[in-house]
Design a protein around this ligand. Structure first.
Ligand SMILES: NC(=O)c1ccc[n+]([C@@H]2O[C@H](COP(=O)([O-])OP(=O)(O)OC[C@H]3O[C@@H](n4cnc5c(N)ncnc54)[C@H](OP(=O)(O)O)[C@@H]3O)[C@@H](O)[C@H]2O)c1
Length: 159
């Protein structure tokens, strides 16, 4: 459909390195974008490297982890936020932007939508990005896409 001009871009969700590699190597085109959970708690460095390798844009879903475990009050993020006179939410979004990660975040509040767009007048240093690595837990608190039971549950929902 893309060849025929009926699709502009192809996007997939939750393709981790093994599945993404399989998908890319066994098809004529690579997807343009892959949306995976990416937050300070689950930073996805390995996934990012794989997406970069195959020219797939990394898009973050759920970047705020719904504020779980006081993410917005985390001392590391708060210190950086104070330095740039920004909110911790803005620091999280800028941290993604500085890593060349596209962002899918959500807010029901107009003031927060504006706040979340206002991240283009500061930049995190390499040291700050390194410091934020301390928050990485290396797994999702919500879901394990590599667990066969998760795959079965998704299939039940689709069927
Ligand atoms: N592909 C997938 O498998 C997948 C899975 C889950 C989600 N998604 C997509 O990812 C997108 C976002 O997901 P999400 O809603 O789970 O996560 P999110 O954007 O990380 O979190 C949304 C929550 O954060 C709050 N919030 C937003 N901006 C804030 C700020 N600056 N400071 C403090 N709180 C803030 C919002 O509250 P207020 O509304 O009160 O501002 C809302 O409760 C959606 O488009 C969703 O469809 C994709």
């Amino acid at each position: 459909m893309q060849k025929e001009g009926r699709l502009l871009s192809i996007g997939v969700s939750n393709f981790y390195p093994d599945r993404l590699t399989d998908l890319v190597l066994n098809n004529e085109v690579a997807p343009q974008v892959n949306q995976v959970e990416t937050t300070p708690y689950f930073q996805q460095w390995e996934s990012h490297e794989c997406m970069e390798k195959y020219g797939v844009v990394h898009q973050a879903w759920g970047p705020f982890s719904e504020g779980m475990d006081n993410l917005f009050e985390n001392p590391i993020l708060l210190k950086i936020a104070e330095k740039y006179s920004k909110s911790t939410g803005q620091v999280i979004l800028r941290w993604l932007y500085d890593r060349d990660i596209s962002i899918a975040c959500r807010s029901m509040k107009e003031s927060r939508m504006k706040e979340n767009m206002d991240i283009f007048d500061f930049e995190l240093s390499k040291e700050e990005i390194e410091k934020i690595k301390e928050l990485d837990r290396g797994e999702s608190p919500w879901i394990d896409h590599n667990d066969p039971e998760t795959v079965e549950e998704f299939m039940e929902e689709i069927i």
